[in-house]
Design a protein around this ligand. Sequence first.
Ligand SMILES: [Zn+2]
Length: 346
Amino acid sequence: MGDNSLVIGFDLGGTKMHAAAVDAQGHVVHSERQKTVATDGADGVIDRMIGLCVRLRHELGPRGDDLRALCVGVPGGVDDERGMVDTAPNLGWSNVPLAARLSKVLGLPVFLDNDVRVAVLGEHAYGVGKGARTMVGIFVGTGVGGGIIVGGHAHHGGRGVAGEIGHMTLLPHGPRCGCGKRGCVEALASRTAMEREARKLIKNGWESRILKLMKKEGRDTLTSSVIEKALDLDDEVMTKVLKDAQYYLGLLAGNLANVLDPEVIVIGGGVAERLGERFVEPIRNHAYKHFLVQRDREKVRIVATELKDLAAPLGAAFIARQRLLGRLDSAPGARHGTASWPVPSA
Ligand SMILES: [Zn+2]
């Protein structure tokens, strides 16, 4: 692979898709995005993915010929060896032969991985985690997903299912989680959980502008932008709901730090992208209080995502490059994400 080579890092989200052509130094040469429209089904979405890659290639002009590979971060579980998406609930997919479908039309080798894991690798390769030996990523979106880097490499575990930090139980008798258990971090601190709590408070008579803001956006859900606008209005419900979520995310970060002693804990996903330090500071403070060893606690940097919605495309590009060089062997562990992981850019 020459110095001029480019790879495509592709972030396939439940609502939007984002493809970036990335050079050997990790610079984004050009990127394109568009809506996913999951309701079109797998065939429709794959057609749009192909269309986006074709447009990207066209925009690259003569450099389009330098494209060597494509890696897709998928919101779900993948089997990279077979090039299959096992399950992606946000897309309504199961057993979709994504790699073959893309490869056949685009004429490039296609690799698959889980989107959150890809985003954590992106932050490790090119963002806040550069050079870290041990690192944890916590991504807050419709769910809470994560990724763990140990010894400078993604940690997959024996069965390939490591990193399920969103399903760490914090309240055994707490609210029911999508996974069937109670009181998981995801059931307490995801955007979905915040929305459930906000609606509950409003139903109980708390004054709030949240529902109006949601209506104004034309989407009946608590988006990151609604969260920000409500906070700017000092909305009581939003402030309380966010504070609670930050408390639980702080507990999670503290627990993970006690186990792994990472150099960096990166907080990503839509809410962190939009609110940055405003979201992370209380999480950091709660986490530090929870550290068993208080000495040098600032050496555990708990920070917001630096790459934002480029974390996943850059991480996917990094994997594509490593795979081309044959550096990442395809241990089965590298391939199974879990269905409930969120879309980092949601
Ligand atoms: Zn759970």
